[in-house]
Each structure stands twice: as C-alpha cells, then as structure tokens.
Design a binder for this molecule. Structure first.
Ligand SMILES: O=C(O)CCC(=O)C(=O)O
Ligand SMILES: [Fe+2]
Length: 301
C-alpha cells in the first residue's frame, strides 16, 4: 500500500492516508520521515493506535523523553478527567497546566534538552472546541523583513515553565512536577537552524520570558509582536479531532497550542514525546534568578 500524502492548505502540514502506523514497512517509514522533514506536521486520521503502537511509531524518531518522573511510561495522558470520572477544577494544578497548553509553545523548551517531536492522539473529544493548532516557524522567519531579521539574529531568550505558568496566574513552587525541577533556565537563540533541513526558524513561544540585552518591557513587546506576526494564516492549521486521529509534529520548527473547550466535558489525549539531539537541542543553562517558582518576574506578579 502506497501512502497518500496530501498537503494542507497552509505553509506547513500534510494529511497521510492509506497507511497503518502500527505496521510500517521500511519503504513507507522512509516516505513518512521524508514528509516529516518537508511538512513538519503530519495528520494521520483514524489510526486508532493502541498505547504500544503509538510508542512504537514515535520511537522510530529517537529516544523518548519521559514526562512522569515517577514512572517509565512513554505515552502519557493529557486529560482533564481523573480516574474516578470527575474533571479537574480551576484551583487544581493539572487544570492550570492544561490551560497553560492553550498558549503557543514548543514542547520542553524550558528543559535543558528541548524536544524533537511529539505524537498526540485523540481518545475522547468534547462536542465543541478542543482543537489543536500549529504554526510554522520556518515560514514565519522567512516572512520577516530584513530589519526584523537583523534585530533578532543574535538574540536569545531564557525559557521557563514557572514563568509561562505565572503569566496565566498560576504560581508554582519548585519541584511541583515535570519541568518544575530546575533552578537554571535554558537560554535559546531566537533563530534556530534545523539540524536536518538547514532551514532557519523562529524559536519563540510562551515559555520564553527574558531576553538578555533587552529590558523586560522591550523583551515582552518583541516576543508578543513576533508571536502575533508568526501565528497567523497562511502559517497555521487547526485540527478538529476525531477519536483515533494521530498527529506528529516537529518541535524544532513548529509551535502549537490547545484551543479552549468546556472543561466540564471530558477531553482525553495521548501524548508521546521524542527527545531532541544534544548536538542541536541542548541549551546552555544560565542561573537566572527568576527561573524558579519562588520569584516570578515583576511583570508577572
Ligand atoms: O491538548 C492539546 O491539544 C495540546 C497539548 C500539548 O501541548 C501537547 O500535546 O504537547
Ligand atoms: Fe505541547
């Protein structure tokens, strides 16, 4: 069976059908990997992957990043529903991390080693809302004018999950869970060169909070302007999930966010994350005093 690859009407993304991700032969895998580098976002409708099949597919891309420090599970659930069937309430930590996902981000940019790719599949979807949206940071960089490029080419930003949660009013203490266990913050260039394609992209998002060389107000204005410019058509795609759909994206050049829904309805997704390559995704980690949960920056207080 030859996979059918149909480009999405945006600068990123393709839908792939006539493929069974649970049973990929070598030739088909090669086509999928090639499409991943070309489109950066691949939508596989109706795969109905088991946990093991999703892990098997994701594992072809590299080493897993384990997201639950207390377990070696390679696939984790991103869900607003607890095991007893009730849903998380606004005052609960997990609710706030789900709301945090509604801000444009790239996975694990706040970790010393940022992610390479993620696979997300839908298990239970709410009747309305709850889409996931992606934005192409390669096309966004290309679309910047020469002055803008010149202004950001040598800038870097600190990334911190404490700071991005603080921006939505969620003040977290050090050690509260995955991503909240460092005092140093990774410092990442605003412009990233893709290790495989060599294309430049904007590396920004909600976890970026301070840009050495700019004062906080300037940094926030620049980050906000870049995000607003970058994350708009024709560079975006929003997926209206059906249970069984699986989507893969390249965290090195794509931002994503969850779209809101009625949090009284269950939404259950399964997520698998592939670690970046230390040669290209490992950041220098600075001892920025505002990286931890105890000292949100003035503008976030
Ligand atoms: O729930 C979603 O739509 C996106 C969640 C997310 O940020 C992720 O899977 O990395
Ligand atoms: Fe994410």
């Amino acid at each position: 069976m030859e996979p059918t690859i149909t480009a999405i009407d945006a600068t990123l993304g393709a839908t792939i059908t006539d493929v069974d991700l649970a049973d990929l032969d070598e030739a088909t895998w090669n086509r999928v990997e090639e499409a991943f580098h070309e489109y950066a976002l691949l939508v596989f409708p109706g795969q109905d992957l088991t946990d093991d099949a999703q892990v098997g597919f994701a594992g072809r891309f590299g080493d897993f990043e384990l997201l639950r420090p207390d377990s070696d599970a390679k696939a984790v659930s991103i869900s607003n529903q607890k095991p007893d069937g009730s849903v998380f309430k606004p005052e609960e930590h997990r609710y706030q991390t789900l709301r945090g996902n509604e801000g444009w981000h790239t996975d694990s940019s706040y970790m010393p080693l940022a992610a390479k790719a993620s696979v997300l599949s839908a298990q239970v979807v709410p009747p309305a809302g709850g889409e996931t949206e992606w934005a192409d940071m390669r096309a966004a960089y290309d679309a910047l004018d020469k002055d803008r490029k010149g202004r950001i080419d040598d800038l870097s930003a600190y990334h911190s999950l404490y700071q991005s949660q603080a921006k939505i009013g969620h003040i977290v203490e050090t050690g509260a869970g995955y991503g909240y266990h460092t005092k140093g913050a990774p410092l990442r260039p605003l412009v990233k060169t893709h290790p495989v394609t060599g294309r430049k992209s904007l590396f920004i998002g909600r976890h970026a909070y301070r840009i050495p060389g700019l004062d906080d107000a300037e940094a926030q204005e620049l980050s906000g302007d870049l995000l607003a410019f970058a994350c708009q058509p024709p560079r975006t795609y929003a997926h209206d999930w059906r249970p069984g759909d699986a989507i893969l994206w390249d965290n090195r050049c794509v931002l994503h966010r969850a779209r809101p829904y009625d949090y009284r309805q269950a939404r259950i997704m399964r997520h698998t994350r592939i670690a970046g390559d230390p040669a290209s995704e490992l950041a220098t980690t600075g001892r920025d005093e505002r990286a931890s949960g105890f000292a949100p920056s003035a503008s976030n207080r």
